[in-house]
Design a protein around this ligand. Structure first.
Ligand code: CAA
Length: 440
């Protein structure tokens, strides 16, 4: 059976850097450790005034296509996932195709284009669409370009402001992929929720604390659903577990939830029982509240065990390296978590071919999706070609006053006249409504 999955990855970060400890915390009169230790974030990537979801997505896709020697004729569909769309009719993929046609010979007239929306999980859903298109043999030998691109900005003063970010991840989905083959094992947890919304408004309305509970509840459902088709989930089955990362502190909670779930009825639970007891079973309690209290106590003890700490350090912590420095990229977030993991493996000389990842995606509103992937032989070269570290180092470090001015430029309700802080030669830039041009 032909394998289908991620053949190439490219990452494009917003060109500005907002340092949370040095710049944001003093301006907000907060302890820097709230951000660095509590949320787990060092800085966020912020879009300069010439950047938006189209320019970042097109720049990522251009680099991917150039690096892989692709022409438009090699790409049969362009799917863009975003929750920062500015057009309720024309999909962002058409704007991105228009940009790419300025660079490459040929056009994308033959390519199916779309825009996927379900908060942050839409990037993974777009990969699924591409997978199904190829598996259905409708692709005529072509690949799909999936682009997850967002400016994850919050109103100033919103608790989410510290978690902002901006960037794009372009992924090529093909037969016989170089990076990771998608498995058919997949689980969902989905419910109608109102914790994070953008009903015809630019910045989200968020019930932050509740959004964290909803994330964990849906993720738990998705794990249970996943186990109904892949019954042997064990923490040691997976080299890494990249989760959707709105901020690393959220993934600390998701990792613990996943571990508790996976060790149930395994030898790990038995071994830990000597130190902290067995996990509570629902049927042993008279009320849900009593059961929840016992679970909470068990989790508090579990996270202090050496077994859990070792596992977290190996399978979860390496997925957070990029997120710590860029903040939330919404649809791109779980895909930079995967890239962080693979970068970690390359940097530490790990052998990964044939190993599995468990990937946990999440979108508010709300849906979690869990699936397994198997790493392919070409992963090391592909990850070695990423220049994300250079891009992060090159970012312009904004002062708080510059940050506020540029935040106003991105706030469409306000009239502002601020120039770009960075000079993007050879890149696509936003030159005004519907005008995205390659800067010569
Ligand atoms: N030193 C160390 N740690 C500190 C600290 C200090 N001085 N001060 C606070 N902390 C810790 C807190 O204990 C807390 O950690 P725990 O949750 O582990 O207890 C953490 O830092 C954050 O502190 P607060 O809870 O006080 O922070 P807050 O209320 O100001 O904001 C938030 C947190 C509500 C999550 C906010 O960032 C927010 O609204 N974010 C946007 C919504 C979001 O990202 N939700 C995540 C789930 S939804 C999702 O994933 C979809 C998506 O992409 C948006």
């Amino acid at each position: 059976m032909t394998e289908v999955g991620i053949d190439a990855i490219e990452i494009w970060t917003g060109k500005l850097k907002l340092d949370l400890a040095e710049t944001f915390a003093p301006a907000k009169d907060e302890d820097p450790e709230k951000y660095t230790k509590g949320l787990g974030l060092e800085s966020s990537s912020f879009p300069d005034v010439h950047e938006d979801i189209v320019t970042m997505g097109a720049n990522a896709a251009k680099r991917l296509m150039e690096r892989r020697g692709l022409e438009p004729a090699d790409v049969g569909r362009i799917d863009v996932a975003t929750e920062s769309s500015f057009d309720n009719s024309k999909p962002v993929s058409t704007y991105i195709a228009g940009c790419l046609e300025q660079t490459f010979d040929g056009d994308f007239h033959h390519a199916n284009k779309g825009e996927r929306k379900f908060a942050c999980v839409a990037g993974t859903q777009s990969i699924d669409d591409a997978y199904n298109w190829i598996k259905a043999d409708r692709h005529r030998g072509r690949s799909a370009l999936v682009i997850a691109t967002d400016t994850a900005l919050y109103a100033r003063g919103d608790p989410g402001e510290a978690t902002q970010g901006a960037g794009a991840v372009a992924m090529l989905i093909s037969e016989d992929p170089d990076v990771a083959a998608l498995s058919t094992e997949q689980g969902y947890g989905s419910a109608d929720e109102t914790d994070f919304l953008k009903p015809n408004q630019q910045f989200p309305s968020v019930d932050g604390k509740r959004s964290m509970q909803v994330y964990l509840a849906r993720m738990r459902e998705a794990l249970t659903d996943f186990e109904s088709v892949a019954w042997d989930t064990h923490p040691d089955d997976f080299a890494y577990i990249p989760f959707h990362t709105p901020f690393p502190g959220m993934v600390r909670k998701a990792g613990l939830l996943g571990y508790r779930h996976m060790i149930r009825d395994t030898e790990i639970e038995d071994e830990l029982a000597d130190q902290i007891g067995r996990q509570p079973r629902e049927e042993e309690f008279d009320s849900w509240e009593a059961y929840e209290g016992a679970i909470r106590e068990y989790m508090d003890d579990l996270k202090e065990t050496e077994a859990y700490r070792d596992w977290y350090g190996r399978a979860i912590d390496p997925t957070l390296t990029i997120a710590r420095n860029v903040g939330n990229w919404y649809t791109g977030s779980v895909h930079i978590a995967r890239a962080s993991a693979l970068k970690n493996a390359a940097e530490t000389g790990k052998k990964l071919s044939g190993e599995k990842l468990l990937v946990g995606s999440y979108g508010s509103g709300a849906q979690a999706e869990i699936h397994a992937e198997t790493i392919r032989d070409g992963w090391r070269d592909e990850i070695g070609a990423l220049n994300v570290d250079e891009q992060l180092d090159r970012r312009y470090d904004v002062s708080f006053e510059e940050y506020e001015e540029i935040h106003d430029v991105h706030n469409h309700d306000k009239e502002t006249d601020v120039d770009s802080l960075t000079r993007p030669a050879g890149e696509f830039v936003f030159d005004g409504w519907g005008e995205m041009n390659e800067r010569k």
